[in-house]
Design a protein around this ligand. Structure first.
Ligand code: HEM
Length: 389
């Protein structure tokens, strides 16, 4: 991980770390050589007195080696040259801590001990409040913050690399689901159809039934693949928040569900829907899933209501239905991927997971509760302080 000279200068400017500061720190070099060893001994006594940090030093050889390297690190602090080489050294030290598994809170927290121990030394030669000691200490704080920035950066870089790898894996999976798998499934459906025709021609009802079941199973597999694809894609979707008319989104969804609505005779009530700041595709996914479920999984004529309430820092959307309700055993797990209700519960177990994923990416929450008159009420929130990703 490299940082350009221009970037280094920019960071120093932000920290107000000037050439004067660098000179003041360099003036400490001779005395720092004196107090390096006692400061470092105290530093490791501190780390050894906590279980979570002492466990790294159970091997005395490691402790010995690290102490020596730490003395070099410490001396480097007052050498007065804080250019590219210094930065590379600090990034490397950060990466080593990340690799061996030192938690970032311990790593950063240890700088406080470091600074206090050095402050004792700097002020020991000049009384506290003396301008030059105070100025020197301020200069050191700026430099140590540069070190801290670099340490944090190595930790983040590692995490970002891991995330990137996961996202690449997901993309390959999405490609497989979206492009490669549908072809053999479509071919198998054609064969099942041909088989059904053959059964009919031969007057073989059992063969016709089997072929029809096979075709139905393949159709469900296809639907499940599409849902999985939607789920995987949402994970990598980065969509800016814009002003969206939620009423228009709901109207569009109800238009798409027109066939289902007239087939079931569903009664849909849409209350006042606001215009809000949100990523439109993700919001549409959530509303589509909730409204679709409410209509599809009804036991009698569906009665569905959608409303939105302004709750100071967030919008709360509610979709309620008079449907079959949700089995008690499912309340904790219903938003997990591939969780379906007991027995023959309808659906493929991805819709609610997609809704949760979309809501969480917006920064909101989603939950459900039984409706006292029967059915279920789903709620989800959209924060007003939305952070576009
Ligand atoms: C101000 C904070 C810290 C600084 C400046 C610092 C500095 C260093 C340096 C310079 C090295 C040698 C790196 C190399 O091999 O070149 C090192 C290694 C190491 N540090 Fe730290 N350290 C800090 C905090 C901590 C903390 C809190 C722990 C927690 C236990 C820790 C554990 C280790 C370990 C285990 C190694 C040896 C890694 C190996 O096996 O090579 N350090 N540290």
């Amino acid at each position: 991980m490299g940082i350009s000279d221009a970037e280094i200068e920019h960071r120093k400017a932000f920290l107000e770390l000037t050439a004067d500061d660098e000179q003041r720190i360099a003036a400490l070099n001779a005395s720092a050589k004196e107090y390096a060893v006692p400061v470092i001994e105290a530093f490791y006594d501190h780390l050894l007195s906590f279980a979570e940090t002492s466990r790294f030093f159970s091997d005395p050889a490691v402790l010995d080696r690290v102490k020596q390297l730490q003395v070099q690190y410490f001396r480097r602090l007052t050498q007065g040259d804080y250019g590219r080489e210094y930065i590379a050294d600090r990034l490397n030290v950060g990466a080593i801590h990340e690799r061996v598994g030192v938690h970032i809170e311990h790593y950063l927290g240890a700088y406080s001990f470091y600074l206090c121990a050095v402050a004792d030394q700097v002020f020991a030669t000049e009384p506290a409040g003396q301008t030059s000691a105070l100025d020197t200490f301020k200069s050191l704080i700026k430099l140590v913050f540069l070190d801290i920035e670099l340490a944090v950066e190595t930790y983040f870089k590692q995490r970002n690399d891991e995330l990137q790898r996961t996202s690449d894996d997901l993309e390959s999976l999405a490609h497989l689901i979206g492009h490669d798998l549908p072809q053999p499934i479509a071919a198998a459906r054609t064969y099942a159809h041909l088989l059904a025709q053959r059964g009919e021609e031969m007057g073989d009802a059992a063969m016709g039934d089997l072929a029809a079941s096979l075709e139905g199973a393949l159709l469900r597999t296809n639907e499940m693949l599409s849902a999985l694809l939607e789920y995987a894609r949402l994970g990598t979707l980065s969509e800016p928040a814009v002003q969206v008319e939620t009423g228009a989104i709901v109207a569009g969804i109800l238009r798409d569900l027109g066939g289902e609505i007239s087939r079931t005779g569903a009664k849909i009530t849409v209350r006042d829907m606001p215009t809000i700041l949100a990523p439109p595709t993700q919001l549409t996914h959530v509303l589509q899933n909730l409204l679709g479920n409410a209509i599809k999984f009804a036991s009698a004529t569906p009665e569905v209501e959608i409303s939105a309430a302004d709750d100071k820092s967030e919008w709360i959307f509610t979709v309620s239905d008079n449907g079959i309700g949700i089995d008690e055993s499912m309340w904790d797990r219903m938003f997990e991927a591939f969780e379906r209700g007991p027995g023959d519960a309808p659906g493929h177990g991805v819709g609610l997971a997609i809704s949760r994923r979309a809501v969480e990416r917006i920064g909101g929450r989603i939950w459900a509760e039984p409706r006292p008159e029967g059915g279920t009420r789903f709620h989800f929130t959209v924060p007003k302080s939305i952070r576009p990703r």
